[in-house]
Write a protein that binds this ligand. Structure first.
Ligand code: GRF
Length: 208
């Protein structure tokens, strides 16, 4: 691939995963060239501004509906020649106008070992179930209408048999997230990621 991978990030909240990208792969194998949010007050936007990265807000109220909003986001990302879209705590569900435009080029980070505990409050779901092993998944986002159902790119587990609160689990998962997301972006940037032709659910990572 010629030059660093041009990355666009969508974030709704604190943006600590965005910060992890800015502090690691940004300026190396990848360049974060655009950060957009559905929320004008997202701290992630401030982090992007501090790093000199272009930002934009796409509030649902400013668009006729969700697909129209997502089409506008896709236009904005395409104008910046974004090659990979990273969902880093983006709390809105994406629709076809963005997902088809960036087919196979959208990844999401989720604080569970998918397919266990998709959707909201994943860590609390895991605690309620009583699991002993928690973890983080970075997966592709497909236009199949499912939530957190796309093919898995990378996963990392941690055994926390005594955990009782979501806060203590998240304290353990945070550093894992902040390592795993840059790792996933680095792999895509290096061209190390492909799909198994016999099973497109299986993402092949060929790291030398
Ligand atoms: C992370 O836990 C991520 O796994 C989930 O949303 C959270 C975002 O955190 N999808 P931050 O905004 O990056 O700090």
């Amino acid at each position: 691939m010629a030059g660093p991978l041009r990355v666009g990030v969508l974030a709704s909240g604190a943006g600590t995963n965005l910060q992890a990208l800015l502090d690691s792969v940004h300026g190396e194998e990848a360049l974060v060239v655009a950060v957009a949010s559905d929320r004008p007050d997202a701290v992630a936007l401030r982090r992007a501004e501090d790093a000199g990265v272009a930002t934009a807000v796409f509030a649902l109220d400013d668009h006729p509906d969700r697909p129209a909003r997502d089409g506008a986001i896709a236009d904005w990302l395409a104008e910046r020649d974004v090659q990979l879209v990273v969902l880093a705590g983006y709390m809105a569900l994406l629709t076809s106008p963005l997902l088809r435009r960036f087919a196979g080029r959208v990844v999401n980070i989720h604080p569970s070992l998918l397919p266990a505990f998709p959707g909201l409050r994943a860590v609390q779901q895991a605690l309620d179930y009583g699991v002993k092993v928690f973890g983080v998944t970075v997966h592709f986002v497909d236009d199949d209408g499912g939530v957190d159902t796309g093919p898995v790119l990378v996963q990392r587990a941690v055994e926390l048999p005594g955990a009782t609160t979501a806060q203590e689990v998240m304290e353990q998962l945070r550093p894992i997230e902040h390592a795993l997301l840059p790792e996933a972006v680095r792999l895509v940037a290096r061209g190390a990621v492909s799909r198994d032709p016999d099973n497109p659910r299986r993402v092949v990572v060929s790291e030398n």
